[in-house]
Ligand binder design. Sequence first.
Ligand code: ZN
Length: 102
Amino acid sequence: MAEPVPPSFYAKVRSGPCVYCGAPGEHVDHVIPLSRGGIEHPSNLVSACGPCNHSKRSRLLWQWTPSKVAHAVESSPEVRAIWLADGSTLQSQLIAKQLSAA
Ligand SMILES: [Zn+2]
């Protein structure tokens, strides 16, 4: 299991604007949802407003509203890294992180 992300990190992420639309952040979104193989790790956590978090739910980036994803790719290094990684690279990164945290 990955190490737990400290609550202070969650608070810091949440204090930023929503990476998907720029509205005040209210939630911490897992860019790759936990239910889709995403991990509890700072590289997978971004700020999201209520409407965006609700709309995205358990979708992967390429399954969601392109304009919001584009905004996030511009505004968030975390989202950009995930967006730019192809599936196999991403999968191997996730596996490597999980192994190093085990
Ligand atoms: Zn938003």
